[in-house]
Design a protein around this ligand. Structure first.
Ligand code: 5GP
Length: 373
């Protein structure tokens, strides 16, 4: 047995320290980045925020809105070959430059990719090879095989959380390593298995390892607010991937259900009753809210939907939640990008690319005031 005593950090353990800045306005901050990938030698130019390859997030409709904003989507694995071919064969170059087809590490999935690649005249520029546990020898061999077959394809591979395995995947042919085990909003891996790694430290350590080899990483999972995305970039992530923050929108295509909630009302306004004395006139109010079902891709719901149920040797490592329906994703995108511009002006970064250079993290015991939550 070995015990590592170094403190490892999550987004909730730190804040970014403000710094004197010459940036005049948020408007002038540049969120676009150009990256050249180590193994494919291809390039990306855009806003390095990604939709996760999950039901309700990595959809074709989501990809359209994101790529019109220069943002990226890792498409969900279950999308049919036919729909993928139509998507990548659109007239513009945007789908190929801003969306990745996603597969698991199996022969069947490899064949599905080969077919889409051929029928789209190689317009698919990015492939995301996604498994829950990127630590197996089999997975590294699979990446190696795909790199040998497709030398110009930009390969995203994961998930891992440590420097050694980040380098292993890169040396076997990955261009971009997806980092995160257990931080996700609908993930239960840490509870079910006891395995995981605090996400900010995972990003810092894997980014350092990847950058040393001229490769890139994605901070995948655990962002609950735009501030967390900024912290991930501050830790050195080249891309930040979002599941829950982009779920619940029209573009996810999920079923909208109505739920009932009990709140309290004082003088016609709704308040947190903890703030008021017991003599105030408090009325119980039942409110109806629109919600959308959102679930992890290893949850029972996902297994039922895509694999005809959970196999008898497996346990679910994801859960299902009902999240508030959030409408059009464009509003959320504006909120995220506006907040990132603001982070940049607070810490003196003129470009998103400069965030890690300008980032000083302060460890803290609490990050914000929760009285009205
Ligand atoms: P979020 O942004 O919602 O916090 O995290 C999204 C990430 O959670 C996904 O990109 C993926 O890596 C991870 N994830 C999605 N579904 C599951 C699941 O069922 N189990 C686990 N362990 N992780 C999941």
């Amino acid at each position: 047995m070995l015990l590592e005593n170094d403190l490892k950090l999550d987004f909730g353990n730190v804040l970014l320290r403000p710094k004197r800045s010459t940036a005049e306005s948020r408007k002038d901050v540049n969120l676009w980045r150009k990256m050249k990938f180590r193994n494919s030698e291809s390039e990306f130019y855009g806003v390095p925020i990604m939709a996760a390859n999950m039901d309700g997030v990595g959809t074709l409709e989501m990809a359209k809105v994101l790529y019109s904003n220069g943002m990226f989507t890792c498409l969900n694995k279950p999308i049919s070959e036919e729909d993928l071919i139509n998507h990548f064969n659109e007239d513009s170059k945007l789908p190929g430059n801003y969306t990745a087809m996603t597969i698991g590490a199996t022969k069947r999935e490899e064949d599905k990719f080969a077919n889409v690649y051929e029928k789209t005249d190689e317009r698919v520029k990015f492939l995301c090879i996604d498994v829950a546990n990127g630590y197996t020898e089999y997975f590294s061999h699979f990446i190696y095989g795909m790199r040998s077959t497709y030398p110009n394809l930009t390969i995203i591979a994961g998930n891992v959380v440590t420097a050694d395995m980040t380098q292993e995947l890169i040396l076997n042919g990955a261009d971009v390593v997806k980092v995160g085990i257990g931080p996700g909003s609908v993930c239960t891996t840490r509870i079910q298995t006891g395995v995981g790694y605090p996400q900010l430290s995972a990003i810092i350590e894997c980014a350092d390892a990847a950058h040393g080899l001229g490769a890139h990483i994605i901070g995948d999972g655990g962002c609950t607010s735009p501030g967390d995305i900024a912290k991930g970039f501050g830790g050195g992530a080249d891309f930040m991937m979002l599941g829950g923050m982009l779920a619940g929108h029209d573009q996810g295509g999920g079923e909208i259900v109505t739920t009932q909630h009990v709140t309290s009302e004082i003088d016609g306004g709704k308040y947190n009753t903890r703030l008021f004395g017991s003599n105030d006139q408090v009325t119980r109010v039942v409110e109806e809210r629109k919600c959308v079902k959102f679930y992890g891709m290893s949850s029972e719901t996902a297994n039922d939907k895509h694999f005809g149920g959970l196999r008898d040797y497996r346990a679910a490592e994801g859960k299902e939640v009902k999240m508030p329906y959030k409408g059009d994703v464009s509003n959320t995108i504006q909120d995220i990008l506006g907040s990132l511009r603001s982070t940049c002006t607070y810490i003196g970064a003129k470009r998103l690319k400069d965030i890690p250079k300008c980032a000083t993290f302060i460890r803290c015991s609490d990050t914000h005031n929760r009285v009205y939550e």
